[in-house]
Write a protein that binds this ligand. Structure first.
Ligand SMILES: *Cc1c(COP(=O)(O)O)cnc(C)c1O
Length: 384
């Protein structure tokens, strides 16, 4: 069977390029661009996305762990790569050999990395991570922890075998528009700048790459761009990307495999949670929760077809779900259906699932083949 005949995800690398250029155009002169490609580039495929980013001039990539970084190196990606999470010190030789940059989140880890780097007679490139209010990873530095934080970082960065190239922090609510979130983000940014200042004044320590702007900050807090920005979701055209004219890169597609006519009063799918209230023309789509279409969306979403939006009915099964085509007479067997993409809003679908676009993108499972297109080369890609 033609893979594309079941369910697949079109990935338009031309839209990655478009989004990259649009985001770049908002940045100050000389600001570097780091593309976040963790979690298989938010489900888009880390290797093809990274190749594209490397080709169009991105400066840096970020992944969550060593395995993700090695996937890129093994595919020939030569850009610097920042590992955002922890790497056990026993892999420091690999980090050094593969030119990978390791995040350092506390003095104890700096010590371990330093010893391992000395043992293999190399220098490990590191970025210091500050916890300015996310309360996840990073040197504590708020309030009474400020001076301790400065001391710990100065000691960490003076250890042999480490080259502190960068310093960064992560915003917790830069994508939230309410006044309290705006206040909190400013507080995080001011603390970040205050620490950088103190490190220079008290220890003469400077970093060539200071970075903090995730997608929310790129959109809402231009002043946080500093030496490099670090967007993920925005690069893929989701979130509030529409405000910058960004385009979704992934279009999750399926087709109508079967159509049946049921009388009123017919129960549909597991659990019988939906009963037809009229003579109903019901289509079966070969996509279910094993493909990433979350079961919690059952009876609470609709998908785009050539006739308009088709309401989904009954429980979403592992491999299939049903849609009501009664009012869409032009939709037939083999008609294409867009689950999300340029015509069916992922933000809306995420809200209905009680989650965020990130989770739905990451949920598109490995059973769903990614089909790569490039609208920057081929011109516009046909719609439904
Ligand atoms: C995931 C991640 C990002 C990207 O976040 P978006 O909201 O997708 O832009 C940036 N920085 C860090 C540390 C991250 O973990």
């Amino acid at each position: 069977m033609d893979l594309q005949k079941r369910t697949w995800a079109d990935i338009d690398l031309g839209n990655i390029e478009h989004n990259y250029k649009m985001i770049r155009s908002t940045l100050p002169e000389g600001c570097k661009f780091l593309g976040v490609v963790k979690a298989d580039a938010y489900g888009h495929g880390a290797v093809p996305v990274s190749r594209k980013l490397q080709e169009i001039g991105a400066d840096y990539l970020a992944v969550s762990c060593l395995d993700e970084a090695m996937e890129l190196r093994n595919a020939g990606i030569t850009l610097p790569i920042l590992i955002l999470g922890h790497t056990p010190a026993e892999y420091v030789n690999v980090l050094i050999d593969e030119n990978l940059t390791q995040t350092v989140t506390c003095e104890a880890k700096a010590l371990e990395y330093s010893q391992a780097a000395k043992a293999c007679k190399g220098t490990l490139k590191i970025h210091i991570k500050l916890d300015t209010g996310m309360s996840r990873l990073g040197f504590l530095c708020n309030g009474r922890h400020f001076h301790q934080g400065v001391d710990n970082i100065l000691r960490s960065c003076s250890l042999p075998g480490l080259y502190p190239e960068g310093i960064y922090t992560h915003f917790a609510v830069s994508d939230e528009p309410d006044p309290e979130s705006i206040r909190y983000t400013h507080e995080q940014f001011n603390l970040f700048m205050g620490m950088i200042d103190a490190l220079e004044k008290e220890g003469g320590l400077t970093f060539s790459i200071r970075h903090c702007a995730n997608s929310g900050a790129v959109l809402n807090y231009g002043e946080t761009a500093l030496d490099m920005v670090r967007p993920g979701l925005l690069l893929y055209g989701y979130g509030d990307g529409g405000r910058l004219g960004l385009r979704p890169c992934m279009r999750l597609m399926t087709h109508v495999s079967t159509i049946k006519i049921y009388d009123a009063g017919t129960r549909v799918s597991y659990g019988g949670v939906f009963t037809t209230d009229r003579r109903t023309r019901m289509g079966v789509l070969p996509i279910g929760y094993a493909d990433g279409l979350m079961r919690c969306l059952s009876n609470n979403c609709s998908f785009y077809s050539n006739g308009g939006m088709a309401p989904q009915r009954g429980r979403i099964c592992m491999d299939m779900c049903m849609v009501d085509l009664t009012d869409l007479p032009d939709v037939n067997i083999d008609s294409l259906v867009e689950i999300f993409g340029p015509n069916a809003d992922l933000n809306e679908l995420s809200k209905r699932a009680g989650t965020i676009p990130y989770e739905l993108l990451c949920s598109v499972s490995k059973r769903v083949p990614r089909v790569y297109l490039d609208s920057s080369v081929q011109g516009s890609i046909n719609g439904i």
